[in-house]
Design a protein around this ligand. Sequence first.
Ligand SMILES: *Cc1c(COP(=O)(O)O)cnc(C)c1O
Length: 462
Amino acid sequence: MRVNVSSHDLKVSDHKHHLHPFTDHGALGVDERRVISRADGVWIWDSEGNRMLDGMAGLWCVNVGHGRQEIVEAVRAQMSELSYYNTFFKTTHPPVIELSEMIAEIAPEHMNMVFYGGSGSDANDTVFRLVRYYWDLMGKPDKKMILSRHNAYHGSTVAGASLGGMGGMHGQGNLPVPGIHHIAQPYWFGEGMQTGMSEDEFGLWAARELERAIDEIGEDKIAAFIAEPIQGAGGVIIPPATYWPEVARILKQRDILFVSDEVICGFGRTGEWFGADTYGLKPDLMSIAKGLTSGYLPMGGVIVSDKIADVLHEKGGEFYHGYTYSGHPAACAAAIANLAIMKRENLVERVRDQIGPYFRKKWLELGDHPMVGEARMKGLVGALELVPDKADLSKRFGDVGKVGTIARDHSFNSGLVMRAVRDSLIISPPLVITEEETDQLVASARQALDLAWADVRKQGLA
Ligand SMILES: *Cc1c(COP(=O)(O)O)cnc(C)c1O
């Protein structure tokens, strides 16, 4: 790779040749982009030498922190032994076998097989096809409809974006594809408190929307319900305490599959190995990616329950589905080394018992800020809802997203990477963050809130 290229030259070249994901290119000036050139632990550096705390763990994925040489070495060793072979047509290889065994061990009791891909999006494409194939094998080909939720995020491929409930994404390219129905999300601060229901009542109501949809469409037409235990990209929506127990009750009575999209919640984020463990859910399938490799190499997959695996075994026949890089050896090596670190350093228990509760306490203190309407956190994922008038929590900023962006920019300039969703700020730090780094993070967040609040009032936005 080239060395000693100036920061400016990098930006000019990036501007000319690199089409960025989820970016408004009309609004992205040459100098507005940041070139991230190095990372270590919870810290990242840009090409101008600025150090920032990576409060988003990359994109919710760098669970074991940046720069773990143990993973680098494991990948190097695997690449020199067997850099690639496929897993189609009756072949396999040692790293994919070892990884599958490791995942089966940490997954819930009743889930023991793994299908691999390269991302969370294609994991959900696999889900889309597998749930329908399952019902075909079961002799119920009419069960094809998949239920999801508004404001869900399930990826950016055609099936992923369709399963997701993002209006903006659906607006581009005539999505969703047919056969998907979206129901209410359990978003108390955004949609619940305005109804006059209590938080618990709203949680029950949102859960029973699933029951209503099943009755309306017909259980004999529905293949599956897919949901994130905590919605991530939708704004870190932690459901009311009543929501998941009620959904679990409904799922127990109905003959439809349940898919837990664990792409963010999986691998320790919520203080258990999976979000389904945190909420006592029994999924038939779980989509995984992100924390599986901590982002060291791209990898995703679907963890399959015995119920589905048994049907695939018993009924036989080929499932015409797979990716060239399904179970890529180097990605497997990265995942194995990543999971080994998580186990050895007890990162899941650490989130549940130590750094999670510590972080949460400090984070919730930000709730006293004049611009914060709600601070929430579960495990190591959280959000701050920004409001114009703390005395009246039903009020929102006029131009949705503008204040969130202002606050996000102040956060960056205060040395902390947070992300804005509408007018909220969200956080999802590496699971290895220390108490001292947590204090630094929260101090930077408070500074960003102060600066943003001053800005917002100066501009007459509140
Ligand atoms: C990020 C994400 C995806 C998509 O994963 P990619 O690796 O970006 O394709 C799917 N589901 C959830 C819940 C996610 O957060």
